[in-house]
Design a protein around this ligand. Structure first.
Ligand SMILES: Cc1ncc(COP(=O)(O)O)c(C=O)c1O
Length: 393
């Protein structure tokens, strides 16, 4: 009889043989442009701390003040109730996003699986971009809804599927997309998505985990940046990236939020965010609103970084945000590239399938407003040199 131990060992060996083993590395000061790893200093191009706010003193102080109300929330908000601080943060988030209402979730992952599995059901039909985040994929799976995956950002393909679905008499259509794609750094064509959603009577949900704080006036996000915020039915975003804290929100019409509060299992059956995080998020929201110069700076650093890599002949896909992929194709090559860069003092992540499609392994670089020009230049030189050494260029 095969034991659990043998099965697990075998599966782990398979992952290794495919060159897809993942390892977390011990690290210090992840929020800073320079981190320490195994006693070595590395330039940090791996964090989602786009505005550099994760180490901001006002936000850390917000967390400290929040913690004065207790170290934990002690239960789900539906069991113990929710505090004045949570209430006022949700009101402020709704105002910020321009929606009737907003609801806090423990994390972006929880927000997506909870929202999609509650809104969708076996009788509904969902249209999801092929490169959407895993939490969207999992939320759809949980719902049991009929699901169509359209080619990445391909509006012709989406329309073809919408037509097909309509001709089959399928109803209750919902389109869901990342607003900024987490592994590609490109943006969804939100204006076209709004046109299609109206034409085919669908609802539209956008996941703005990576656009929130970075794009749009006051960092309100990708939909505001494209001037279509009012046409989006449900806005999802996280506080874990540009906001530098943790937790997430869903924003939209009041009835939808009331429904989610009643039906979203990842909100109902889990403990509410701890008071320290509520305090930190509140402080971060104030900072994010005022951070136009940080936004401008990180976008300009990103443009420079991207252009340098492109001019050297490296493939950065269609990125136009602080997420910059360097697509190399083979898993092992991506892994070797990132290891060799780490030896040179540059921290980046090798992203391999199943996070990205087969044959599209890459390094993922992320820029922060707190990077200096010299740090960005040093990274570009080392990345390009290594590209030549490894035969990528
Ligand atoms: C597009 C997208 N959605 C959702 C999430 C999950 O957010 P969180 O890290 O807050 O759980 C992430 C990040 O991991 C993401 O990239």
């Amino acid at each position: 009889m095969i034991t659990w131990e043998q099965v697990i060992q075998h599966r782990l060996d398979e992952v290794r043989q495919q060159g897809r083993e993942r390892n977390s590395v011990p690290i210090r000061s992840a929020s800073q442009p320079v981190v320490e790893c195994d006693g070595k200093r590395l330039l940090n191009f791996a964090s989602n701390n786009y505005l550099g706010l994760a180490g901001h003193p006002a936000i850390i102080e917000g967390e400290r003040q929040g913690a004065l109300h207790g170290a934990g929330a002690t239960a789900s908000r539906l069991v113990i109730g929710y505090t004045e601080e949570t209430q006022s943060l949700e009101k402020e988030m709704a105002l910020y996003k321009g929606t009737e209402s907003a609801l806090l979730f423990p994390s972006g992952y929880a927000a997506n699986i909870g929202t999609l599995s509650a809104l969708l059901h076996r009788g509904s039909t969902v249209f999801s971009d092929r490169l959407n985040h895993a939490s969207i994929v999992d939320g759809i799976r949980l719902s049991g809804a009929r699901s169509y995956r359209y080619k990445h950002n391909d509006m012709n393909h989406l329309e073809h599927l919408l037509k097909k679905s309509a001709s089959r008499g399928e109803t209750q259509r919902l389109i869901v997309t990342d607003a900024v794609f987490s592994m590609d750094g490109d943006q969804a064509p939100l204006r076209d998505l709004v046109t299609l959603k109206k034409q085919y009577g669908a609802a539209l949900i956008i996941d703005d985990a990576h656009g929130g704080g970075v794009l749009g006036p006051q960092g309100k996000g990708t939909a505001h940046h494209h001037g279509v915020a009012e046409e989006v039915d449900v806005h999802m975003g996280t506080f874990s990236k540009a906001f530098g804290v943790y937790g997430a929100y869903i924003a939209g019409q009041h009835t939808w939020m009331r429904y989610l509060e009643n039906k979203s299992r990842s909100l109902i059956y889990t403990t509410h965010l701890p008071p320290a995080l509520i305090g930190g998020i509140h402080a971060s929201l104030n900072e994010v609103k005022q951070s136009d110069s940080l936004r401008k700076h990180v976008l300009s650093l990103s443009n420079r970084f991207r252009l340098r890599l492109q001019q050297a002949g490296l493939d950065t896909g269609h990125s136009n945000t602080p997420i910059i992929p360097l697509i190399v194709g083979k898993d092992q090559l991506a892994l070797r590239y990132s290891q060799r860069l780490a030896e040179q003092g540059i921290l980046s992540v090798a992203i391999r399938p199943p996070t990205v499609p087969d044959g599209k392994a890459r390094l993922r670089f992320t820029l922060m407003a707190s990077h200096s020009d010299a740090q960005v230049e040093e990274a570009c030189i080392k990345i390009i040199d290594m590209g030549r050494t490894l035969g990528v260029i």
